[in-house]
Design a protein around this ligand. Sequence first.
Ligand code: ACO
Length: 309
Amino acid sequence: ASADPTAYFDAVIAADGKIEPRDEMPEAYRKGLIRQIAQHAHSEIIGMQPEGNWISRAPSLKRKAILLAKVQDEAGHGLYLYAAAETLGIDRAELYRLLLAGKQKYSSIFNYPTLTWADVGAVGWLVDGAAIVNQVPLCRCSYGPYARAMIRICKEESFHQRQGYEILYTLATGTPEQKAMAQDAVDRWWYPSLAMFGPPDTDSTHSAQSMAWKIKRFSNDDLRQKFVDMTVQQAGVLGLVLPDPGLSWNEERGHWDYTQPDYDELFTVIKGDGPCNRERMAHRQAAWDDGAWVREAAMAYAEKKKVTT
Ligand code: ACO
């Protein structure tokens, strides 16, 4: 260790390098990363529920196979992220415990219901689209294991976004009823997707520190704007309307003006009072309880191996 314990850390951050698990790092950096990576991992795992809801009702074998693959990808993302969090010295079982005890969060977006097949399209197009905008800059985050995990995740999210877009395109160019179903899904998912980026910069508790440490590369509002600009154009191609009468091109700013999501609603959902919070947590708890015998059997088998070899 050097005389100044943060000298190495400060130099790596200033040079845009990567901090690795065995490097010295400020305790707040370690804790902040565990908070964000765990929340991200939990989101991937809880996010399997709203889409899993449609696996048995997908409209064709092909659609079902694609959706199954997508939901499995989300499980994989959760596992890379739990592994990345573990490099910071916290046990995966402890992260599950903190989630189930309500001490760690997951993204607000997964507390909304998927009411129709078109919702699977809207989740892919808007929710995964928002996730990509948020996550591509995380590939350049200063913590090595998190940055590297994000590379593969972003590639897979791009495929997810395309499959959602293709579902909506098929519906939007189908019968009038199908087009209405697609529009209804977009009407319900637009503002919750905007809220995924978090509170406005003025109310964001962690942004300033996270940006100084190069965990976050852009602020919540900058990413939200980027998402709006990208999505308005794609909605035009789909022939669907984003449910915001306030959307208008601002020549001076070079961006679309838009109506902010309801941040009181975001905080209500984050606090546990969204439409599906209880259902999502109950399902997660049941999956944990139902898996107890598998964990016990694996431990017993490992013990037996240790004795005989
Ligand atoms: N849902 C749930 N909680 C949120 C959300 C949201 N959409 N947005 C902000 N919050 C929470 C923050 O976690 C923080 O609470 P905490 O201190 O208890 O952790 C609080 O609201 C204030 O927000 P910020 O200070 O702005 O938090 P932060 O700097 O961490 O920014 C963000 C939030 C943008 C979500 C960031 O954590 C991030 O980029 N995370 C990685 C990506 C991610 O988790 N994506 C999950 C959804 S996408 C998917 O999995 C498909």
